[in-house]
Structures are given as C-alpha cells and as structure tokens.
Write a protein that binds this ligand. Sequence first.
Ligand SMILES: Cc1ncc(COP(=O)(O)O)c(C=O)c1O
Length: 473
Amino acid sequence: MSSSLNRRLLPNLLPSSHVPPFPRRPNLSLRRSVASLPSSSRQRAFFTRATAAPTRTSRKMTFIRTFTAGSSRAASPQDEEGSKRANARKAAEIARDFRTDTITVPTDEMCAIMSRASRGDDVYGEDQATSDFEEKVARLAGKEAAMFAVSGTMTNQLAIRAHLTQPPHSIVLDSRAHIHQHEGGAAALLSQATSRTIKPENGHHITLDEVLDIIVEGDDIHTAPTKIVCLENTLSGMVFPQDEIVKISEAMHDHGILMHLDGARLWEVVAASGSSLEELCRPFDSVSLCMSKGLGAPVGSVLVGSKEIIQKAKWFRKAFGGGIRQSGGLAAGANYALDNHLSLLPRTHALAKQLANGLADLGVRLLLPVETNMLWIDPSPLGFTLDELALKARSLGLNMGASRFIVHHQITEDAVQDLLRAVKELKEEHKGRETCSSSAVVDERQNRAFAEGRWEGNVPHMSTRTTAYAARK
Ligand SMILES: Cc1ncc(COP(=O)(O)O)c(C=O)c1O
C-alpha cells in the first residue's frame, strides 16, 4: 500500500477493538462489495464505506465514531493534541493523589530525552545509555558494579538469590520489611530462604542486640543458618540511624553474614540527612535503589554491589526473564530523574511536615514520626473514619489510600491545603461525636514531635491492618 493511500485510509480505521459488530440488516450492495474480505478487514471496510453515504446504518456508524472519538482518539499516540490533553489531565490528577510516590507521571522533558536514548540490546550488554547509567550509579554508591532492572522487587530478590547458595538458609529482617510483607513470599519461592523477623522494641528500627538474638549460626541440622541481614531505609518513611547500621554491619561481617539494603527510598535519606549515597551504602554488600518512587522515573531499579555479585544477579535476572532488550529509553528516564528530581525531595519533605503539622493542629493522630515524605494517620479521635475522609477528599478531587499518605514531587501546595480543608470540614461535621475511648486520646507531645520528624522513647507499633497496601480508586 502506498504511503499516500495509507495516510488517506488510516484515519478512517478504528482499532479493531472499536469496530462495531455488523448491523442486523446491512445495505446489500455494501454486503457484496466486502464479502470477499477477511472478517476483520471486512468490518473495517464496512465501517469506512458506511460513512460515505448517509444511509440509516451509516448514520449509526457516524454516531458510534463520534461517541468513541473522545476516548480512543485521546489515547492514540498518533493524535498529538488528544494525547497532550489526556496527559495533562493525568498530571493534574496525580498532583492531588496521595496514595504513593510510584504514581508520578513522566514529564514531557523526560519523555523527550527517553525518545533520543541509545537503542542497543542490553541483554547482550550493548546499550550505551544503560551501561553509562549503571556505571554512574555504581560510582555514586561507591560500589564496583550495578545492574538496571525493572523493579525494586526484582533487585531485592535477585540480590538475595545471588548471595545465597545451598539451602537450608535464613535471612533476617524487620517484620514490617517490604521484602518480607509485600514481595509475594519471593525469598521462599525463589531462594528457598526461611525468614526470621524482628519486631523492633523501639518501634522505629531494629538494633544490633535484636539482630544478635535472632541470627542462627553453627551446623546444628535442626536449623537454617543465617546468611543475610536485610535492612530497609527508609522504612515507612523513617530514617534508619546510620550508626546503628554500621554497628550491625560490622558485627554481621565478623560473623560471616552478608548485608543487603532495600534502599527503595534511600534517596529520601540522602535528601533528609545530607549524607552521601556512598556513605549510606558503605556498610552493605548489596543495595537496591528504586528510580520510580521519590525520583519519579517511569520504571526501574538499580542493584549495586561487587562485580561478582552483580554478574551473578545478571545471570538470575536472565533466568527469571527479567532481561530488557532495548532498555536505553528506560535507563535514560531513570538517569533524567536522578539528575533532575533528587533536588526536589527536600521540598516534598517540607510539604509533608507542613501537612503533618496542620493535621496535628486539627487533632488527627500521627502514627509515626514524619521524617521524610510519608505520613501515617488516624483521624478517629475526631470521630470519623479513614473511609469518611476518603469520601470527603474525593469530593474535593483528592485521592488517598488507607492511613498512609505520601507527598511526592508532583503534589502541589493546593492539594495539601485542600486535604487539610477536608479534615477541617469533617471535624466540624462531627463536632460532639468525637471518640472518648482511651485509645482515641491523642498524646499532644508525641503528636507534635512526630509532625516535626522527631521521636523519643518508643514509637508505637501500628497494626499490620493499617500497613496493608490498600489502593483506593
Ligand atoms: C520499601 C520498598 N521496597 C521495595 C519496593 C518494591 O518496588 P517495586 O514496586 O518497584 O517492585 C517497594 C515498593 O513500593 C517499597 O516500598
């Protein structure tokens, strides 16, 4: 088909999913002219011709085309204006969506850079953008090598798989760790590892004493010796004190136990503490760094470690089907996010604290200290539930999950103010109906400290129901 013919025909063809079924009584001459075509092209030909003569059927078709134009055309990459409008609408939605930081949208500038990236095959190790990006992250983290992969779950699990050899073996984690709670049981599934978990006494982070109490050593055949301690930083938005990490790492290395860090949000620690990535990664044998959370890349996570461990991880990445062929665009997006969005994180932390202080002023209980971009709240002392808050928020064009709120780099100040307005209005509506149970009484001192990102004594344990990944739409 010549290209001019193509141009003339294509605008008339809807994707097959939008082709309506034949009408029950089609015009006869039309039926003859399309009878020899295969059914899908027949339907399309029918559809194309039907708009030429204003028969009853064609009027019906025109109606269907008009009706479907809004949805199908706006989403079509060929329709530049439609795509721009749809993407602007999505960006405006995301600016008011507190569910998580993985939902940020790539910006036009990021997409432009992605489209110009190298197009080599990374499974063959031939993509320049990916290799350059891996080298850059390895250098920043002070490690020998790095591997780009599609997700944080994949880099965590490939690290565990690459570190472990012959079962029986165990890994040690915080009981709230993502690796333990939210990765589909993959450590058992893929690495045959038993998980030994710690519920930290202080409610904030696990300590060396707690780790020493739980690791398994020796050759008792009843046991599964501990081979890795996996930490998470940040965990629920809280920053793991680096001096405790160093102590755990030194002790574990003395015991021949490896250290892995789920650093999905380690960039938040860089922004909050001012420490370098290299310093934060130094105590670990491997670190997983997500590019698609706070930094806002559309996809990607990087595992850093020794050349040997990265080589092994690449082997397993291939075996698990995780190799990406022309990965340059994705790596370029992640690289753009690193270069341009890391500097936006302090603003998100300030906005999170502003939101936390506003909520504390109104009497909402903060469940954990707000040390970075994450808040955990309980509005029940004001007499209403999270579900009622979600409904009110919806009426103001805001979206929220369960008790977790994340202030990502595309959240606007208006969204924060409107969320506070939602709470204020509900508080007014529920005046006199506040809960009087002792569990609903807010500890003002603690609430204020949490709003400012401080904690003293112990942080109360949240129920695991609160920490469930409840995506509300
Ligand atoms: C702490 C932590 N680690 C790992 C992951 C896994 O990342 P991904 O969703 O890219 O698999 C997440 C995801 O939210 C996370 O919060």
